[in-house]
Design a protein around this ligand. Structure first.
Ligand SMILES: Cc1cc2nc3c(=O)[nH]c(=O)nc-3n(C[C@H](O)[C@H](O)[C@H](O)COP(=O)(O)O)c2cc1C
Length: 231
């Protein structure tokens, strides 16, 4: 019976132990969402884990939902992440990048006035915090079916950029009430097109995104995070 301290073969990537760092948003990127030295130090400090999964990382400007969350859609972000992955590898670690789209969970005030987007005209419940204090979530702009292939493409592009930035793999953030999870759950998705209704349709965006990411890299290097939360 293996213990938590025994190695694990993650489809060709050898993890020296079975302790994983969960993805955790730290909001330590620059104001332009570029990885910083503080982030590099944070991951280097934890590099003895079998595998680290980064904080959620925006795949586009549209995906932007948290102040000072890092991105993976511009060259300066790739360069910033390269400084992180190089330092982690020098310290003997392994690191996956969690790729993310906030969907409806954001606010126009941190998006240059743009409404966040979502599967249906239903606001998220709960609190959103701006520098000026607590606000309600807005009703999102409903995504047209014709816009969805473009969103899938941003995940494929971010996967290629993550590879260029020196990551060992990527994880699709399909959990915790963000875009793919908003489509998956019937509490946030009341569409009547190919992306709403039965679970086969509600899962379509998640599955298409995962497929595009595996084509952009390889199935061995792509994970998907799911969660049993209720939107
Ligand atoms: C401050 C904070 C930030 C988090 N950020 C992310 C994130 O970026 N992506 C993600 O998938 N989960 C995120 N999570 C969820 C954690 O990965 C984890 O699932 C959660 O803390 C529950 O784990 P626990 O039961 O071991 O505490 C975050 C949690 C916390 C507390």
């Amino acid at each position: 019976m293996p213990t938590i301290f025994d190695p694990f073969d993650l489809h060709g990537l050898t993890l020296p132990n079975r302790i994983l760092l969960a993805p955790m948003t730290r909001t330590r990127a620059s104001e332009a969402d570029v990885p910083t030295d503080l982030m590099r130090d944070y991951y280097v400090q934890r590099a003895s884990a079998g595998l680290m999964i980064t904080e959620c990382t925006e795949v586009s400007d549209q995906a932007h939902g948290i102040i000072r969350a890092p991105g993976m859609h511009r060259q300066d972000q790739v360069d910033g992440w390269r400084r992180v992955t190089d330092a982690v590898h020098e310290a003997g670690g392994r690191i996956y990048c969690q790729l993310w789209h906030c969907g409806r969970v954001s606010h126009p005030e941190i998006r240059g006035g743009e409404l966040p987007v979502g599967p249906s005209a239903l606001a998220a419940s709960g609190d959103f915090y701006l520098p000026r204090g607590r606000v309600d979530f807005p009703v999102p702009r409903v995504l047209e079916e014709s816009e969805l292939p473009g969103i899938v493409d941003t995940f494929a592009r971010a996967t290629r950029m993550a590879r260029e930035a020196g990551f060992d793999g990527v994880e699709l953030h399909g959990a915790n009430g963000y875009l793919q999870d908003q489509f998956l759950q019937d509490g946030s998705n009341v569409r009547s097109d190919n992306y709403g209704g039965p679970v086969e349709n509600r899962a379509r965006l998640l599955l298409e995104t995962a497929q595009a990411m595996t084509e952009a890299w390889s199935p061995e290097r792509v994970g998907v995070r799911l969660s049993p939360s209720r939107a």
